[in-house]
Every structure is written in C-alpha cells, then in structure tokens.
Design a protein around this ligand. Structure first.
Ligand SMILES: [Zn+2]
Length: 315
C-alpha cells in the first residue's frame, strides 16, 4: 500500500505519494514559510490530505532538518525553522486521518538510498551528504541508526581537527568545516589568493564578484587545475573522516550525496586514497565501497514515506 512522504526544507516543502517499491505516484511542492511554525503545520496537513485523496494510504512521514526524538514525534530543535521542542506529530495528527511519524531529513534520505538506491543490496551503509553543510545517515544490520535519544548520526559534527575552525554547532574542528560545499568555496578562494594554478579561479572571482558553488562546480567539470585542487583537498578531509567512521561502524559502502557529489570520481578518488592512508589496521581491514548516491532530489520524500510505513507496521 502507498505511503506519503513530506520533506520540509529551508526554502520548499516537498510531498509525494510513494508506492511500496519507492516509486512516486503523485507529488506536490510549496514554498516554506520559514519562521511561521503554525503555517508550516497548515501546509503540511493540507498537502497530506490532497495526496491521500482517492488512494489507499497507510501512513505519512514528515522529514525536517533538526533533532527529532527517538519516538519520532517531537522536533527538539530545527536550525532553519523556529522549532524548539515542537510536538509536530501531534499537531499534524490533529488535522489528518493517518498515522504520522517525524524523522530527521538526512536519515530519511539515507534510508531511501539504502532501500532503493546505492545501498539496496547491502546491510551496512554510511551516507554523507555534501551540500552547504555535511549531513549523515547510518544503517547497520538493515536498520536505521537513530541513537538513544534520536539525535545520533550527526556525522557533520565529527571532529577532525582539535581546536580547528569554529562550527555553527558551537564546537570546533567539525568535518562540516572541512568537507562541505562551504568549505570547498573557502579552499577555492584560498587557491585563488595564492595565484599559480589559482589564476583562473581568481579571474572568475573578479568577473562574478565572488565564487559560488555553480561557478566552482563548472570549473571542476571543465578540469580547471585550481578548482580540481580545491576538490581534492576536500576529498582528503572526507577520506580521513571516513577512516574514523569505518573504525566504529564498519560499513560495506560509503555513499556520497548532496550538490558537491555530482563531481563523481573526481571527488571519490581523493576520498578513497586518503581513507586508505588513515585506515586503522590498513591492509587487513576489508575495504568498503565508495559510491555516489543514486536517488537525488526525491530521496527525502521517498525515505520519509518508507519509514512511516515501517513505523505503522505495514512492511
Ligand atoms: Zn559542528
């Protein structure tokens, strides 16, 4: 039977009616009224009701960026939306006639990748989403890992540099400051400042006023040595983080999603190389795979729907 997945992002709310095989039957999207929590509940509730009309639906899952409790009902804290201990599951349940569950958006996207994408033939997968920040999801022995309080798998805040760069989370030296899209821009600017292979980056910066993800992404795709160098630096940091993660989690595969992952092998090669350099018991440790995510834009809604179906006991 179908389930509904809703992904509340910083700029848009995406919703979809999803089959048991992860296929999208119908979809909808609306702008996110950031800062207006009550209006978000209105939009999500009416989106669920519209997607449900005329179909047999078993449950609806709502994914959002933030800490969600282990009971999948309350958002402790959402950085982009003004939610502090928001009982989202109860608010939406009062307005729709379906069981509702709430999940972290990175967990939902990772779960979709595990069920229907790059991890579908495996039991243990670690996913890193390289967007503006670094998100993560962990699947162990076929189950999504949430931690004891529901706030686990925040892989972006794994510390890679003691007393390193300050992070938005309040700590220092998190991989998010060395392995994210924002870090890639910082590295590209550094290479532009240094001249040499950075001349084309410096030139693009002066033409456009500043470097952004699109410009640097295009220069990477075109093989510009400065831009590729910045990506390799990013990959080396991520490979180091993966070595630490492998020591704890021992995944069969690391999956990379998010905007920066469109670089493909140009990103994976330095990650794999640095991973092998930093891997504990190197040479004896079985090597995991390193792959790019397969479900790109739909992962959040597909994963949220599937997690809701599981929570409702219908799979
Ligand atoms: Zn952090």
């Amino acid at each position: 039977m179908h389930a509904i997945g809703i992904d509340i992002g910083g700029t848009k709310i995406a919703g979809a009616l999803v089959s048991e095989n992860g296929e999208i039957i119908a979809e909808d999207r609306q702008p996110t009224p950031a800062g207006d929590a009550a209006h978000i509940v209105d939009i999500v509730s009416s989106m669920i009701t519209r997607l449900q009309a005329g179909h047999e639906v078993v449950a609806a899952g709502v994914a959002a960026a933030g800490f969600v409790d282990a009971g999948q009902s309350t958002v402790y804290y959402a950085p982009n939306i003004d939610w502090r201990n928001e009982p989202l599951q109860r608010y939406i349940s009062e307005r729709v006639s379906l069981p509702i569950t709430v999940d972290n958006d990175a967990n939902a996207a990772g779960w979709a990748e595990f069920r229907f994408g790059a991890g579908r033939l495996l039991t243990d997968m670690t996913m890193l989403t390289i967007g503006t920040g670094v998100g993560g999801a962990i699947v162990t022995q076929g189950r999504l890992f949430r931690g004891g309080f529901g706030a686990g798998a925040e892989l972006g805040h794994l510390r890679v540099v003691p007393d390193g760069l300050p992070c938005g989370c309040g700590a220092r030296g998190c991989i998010e400051q060395y392995g994210s899209g924002r870090a890639l821009l910082r590295m590209a600017n550094g290479i532009a400042d240094a001249g040499g292979i950075g001349l084309a980056l410096a030139d693009a910066r002066s033409r456009h006023g500043e470097l952004n993800g699109t410009i640097v992404g295009e220069m990477i795709a075109a093989g510009d040595p400065g831009a590729v160098n910045a990506l390799q630096e990013l990959g080396r940091w991520l490979g180091q983080a993966c070595a630490s993660l492998a020591a704890v989690l021992d995944p069969q595969v690391f999956v990379f999603g998010g905007g920066v992952s469109v670089a493909g092998d140009l990103l994976l090669d330095p990650i794999r190389e640095s991973f092998l350099q930093h891997l504990p018991a190197r040479g004896y440790h079985p090597e995991p795979g390193f792959v790019i995510a397969e479900l790109v834009n739909d992962a959040g809604v597909v994963g949220a729907a599937d997690l809701a179906r599981i929570h409702a006991g219908r799979r």
